[in-house]
Design a protein around this ligand. Structure first.
Ligand code: GLV
Length: 369
């Protein structure tokens, strides 16, 4: 390597950064746990850095790319979602950006599944009861009962990598599935899952027939006992099928009063004011959220209303937060490792320098010959 690359990292991502240091890179890590101010990002980019490692907390837009015109060569995001990076702006400035898809798929899907179960089986209010020393007796139905997930119907909203992994988890719990994807239907996958379900029934492993199918959004919401959201955040103008506020007053009202909503995708896919109302007024039975319109969740969020506390589980954007998933330096296992590898690919011109062949680059369209 003839040149020393300079990289600014907006948040410590652990030992994976040593891979860059060992290759002779100059690596500067923003030392605080919270995101750096945008003015600092711009200052660093203006200073001529070659690459930047970002988190979903950093707004990377035209202003940042302009500051790095002719110097910034790559942005590597440690996340699968990249709605904080303005793709059109990146393309305008011809700056490739990478993400860490795949390595967090199972962690996120299993967390969505656990949240579903925790919510439906009322584990949080049940433990609180015990801790408040209000567990006075075993009783067949007092003080409350939960709902099983087994044999129920789950709407899988978004059948990309994580949605498909959620389908696998749910099929293991003998659930029926109504799938919806605004952009792309993976019918081969759905067919394979149906075949596996049919085999399980034929061999006596399950007792009832389970099924899976694609349906329109309204039908999925109207018939499901659970809805699990796995779409990327796409605002109006970013896609022919935007997902911003896909769950709003109108669509939440389509759900059954006994149904639960689970969101591990991006907060703005759900209109939180409408959801808080849906919970207060019992349009739906409960919700479990890992992501929010504004993160961290503001102190005055209507989702914190004590009146809905028993049926509203709130997690701190935690679905991919498993040790290996987040920090392994192995690009095939960890977000940190994959993020670093994505940066190296671009800066060192791997794959013959052809950005369109680099597996972790998102905006390949800007580099098509
Ligand atoms: C986390 O939310 C991610 O997009 O990786």
């Amino acid at each position: 390597m003839s040149k020393t690359f300079r990289v600014f990292v907006t948040c410590d991502i652990g030992d994976s950064l040593n891979e860059l240091r060992e290759r002779g890179y100059e690596v500067e890590v923003y030392p605080k746990p919270e995101a750096p101010p945008k003015s600092l990002i711009i200052e660093k980019v203006k200073s001529g850095i070659d690459g930047m490692i970002t988190t979903l907390r950093d707004q990377i837009d035209g202003e940042v790319f302009e500051a790095g015109k002719n110097t910034l060569k790559a942005v590597a995001q440690i996340a699968v979602g990249f709605d904080n990076i303005n793709r059109a702006d990146a393309n305008r400035y011809k700056i490739p950006f990478t993400h860490t898809a795949d390595v967090l798929t199972e962690a996120t899907a299993e967390f969505a599944f656990f949240m579903t179960g925790m919510l439906a089986r009322k584990m949080w209010p049940a433990e609180h009861l015990l801790r408040k020393n209000q567990w006075g007796y075993w009783h067949p139905y007092l003080p409350f009962l939960g709902d099983e997930v087994t044999s129920k119907t789950v709407a899988i909203i978004g059948t990309g990598r994580i949605g498909l992994a959620m389908i696998r988890k749910c099929s293991g719990f003998d659930m029926n599935m109504l799938c919806y994807d605004p952009a792309y239907e993976n019918r081969d996958y759905i067919k394979a899952i149906q075949e596996i379900m049919d085999l399980r029934l034929a061999r006596g492993i399950t007792k009832e027939k389970n099924w899976i199918k694609y349906v329109p959004f309204e039908e999925a919401l109207g018939e499901a006992d659970f809805a699990s959201v796995h779409v990327p955040l796409l605002r109006a103008g970013e896609s022919a099928t935007p997902t911003y506020h896909l769950f709003n007053e109108k669509t939440l009202r389509l759900m059954k009063p006994t149904a639960y909503l689970v969101n591990t995708s991006r907060g703005p896919v759900v209109d939180e004011a409408a959801l808080a109302r849906a919970l207060r007024e019992n349009w739906i039975a409960g919700a479990a959220l890992d992501v929010y319109e504004k993160e961290p969740l503001p102190a005055d969020s209507p989702l914190r209303d004590p009146a809905i506390e028993d049926r509203c589980r709130l997690m701190p954007h935690f679905a991919s937060a498993a040790r290996i998933t987040r920090l392994s330096a192995d690009p095939n296992k960890g977000m940190a490792g994959r993020c670093v590898q994505g940066l190296i690919d671009v800066l060192e011109g791997n794959y013959g320098g052809d950005v369109t062949k680099m597996p972790y680059v998102v905006n390949k369209e800007a580099f098509q010959k």
